[in-house]
Design a binder for this molecule. Structure first.
Ligand SMILES: [Zn+2]
Length: 265
């Protein structure tokens, strides 16, 4: 039963994570982003860890770093482009369409898939990098098919998806159905548990864990892996901290700077 629920959740992935009807004031966001990027956060004490986590000098909010924080309240900057997208050589949904990720993320994901394979687990990527234009098309197609009211309810406006960063991938169980159509990809509870335990060793966090919706604003997505680097992934997971909670600890009050005042709802 749970498998069915997870499966249908995967099908409704856009619905769960991107479902925010907002109009974005990109200019204000870019100005704010510049200001915050110049702030310095170098040492962060995480609960449950002996050693502080050292953050690269480029700062918590720098674009194109694994630390790049993206949420409904914090869209990517209007002109954001991932720095080094590469084609990912892994089994994936919609198999005739190439998928891309930032190079380090792709390498680490390939390693993770190799480890899974050794354990007899066959994985597939159901979604990777998506451009803002991809998201616009997704939104417009939804409007055409189901109307604007429903699209605003279920599909996020372009810019608010972590998939824009090139650091996020949706990972599911491999299947012929998934290879043919990514809407039919699914993730079993057993594989989800394996991913949650293993992915941090390779730098990935489960970005939207179970029971953390009040913090992340997003329902449990066991398939959505976000590359943040091994040190952070392992420490944050050990401390049971979401990315949102980590940012709040590292830069109190900064992560929600864009909400309400910067975004016209
Ligand atoms: Zn995802």
């Amino acid at each position: 039963m749970l498998g069915i629920i997870l499966s249908s959740s995967v099908i409704g992935w856009y619905i769960v994570f991107l479902g925010r009807g907002i109009a974005i004031d990109y200019e204000s966001i870019d100005r704010m982003s510049e200001k915050i990027s110049k702030s310095e956060f170098t040492k962060v004490e995480l609960r449950g860890n002996d050693k502080p986590l050292i953050i690269p000098g480029s700062g918590l909010f720098a674009d194109n770093e694994p630390w790049m924080y993206v949420a409904a309240s914090r869209p990517v900057p209007a002109k954001y482009q991932p720095r080094d997208l590469v084609e990912v050589n892994l089994p994936h949904g919609d198999s005739n369409i190439p998928i891309r990720l930032q190079s380090r993320t792709a390498e680490q994901l390939q390693t993770l898939f190799g480890v899974a394979s050794e354990r007899g687990i066959s994985l597939m990527v159901s979604s990777a990098y998506r451009s803002i234009e991809d998201q616009e098309k997704l939104y417009n197609d939804f409007v055409t098919k189901q109307g604007k009211a429903r699209a605003d309810q279920y599909v996020a406006k372009p810019g608010t998806s972590e998939h824009h960063t090139g650091f996020a991938a949706d990972v599911t169980d491999a299947s012929p159905a998934c290879a043919k159509d990514s809407d039919r990809c699914s993730l079993s509870p057993a594989t989800a548990a394996w991913l949650a335990e293993t992915a941090p060793k390779y730098g990935f966090i489960i970005r939207y864990p179970a029971g953390k919706q009040p913090v992340t604003g997003t329902a449990y997505e066991p398939w959505h892996l976000r590359y943040v680097g091994v040190a952070f992934a392992e420490q944050a997971t050990k401390a049971n901290l979401t990315f949102d909670e980590f940012i709040e600890q590292a830069a109190p009050g900064k992560k929600s700077s864009y909400s309400q005042t910067q975004i016209n709802r």
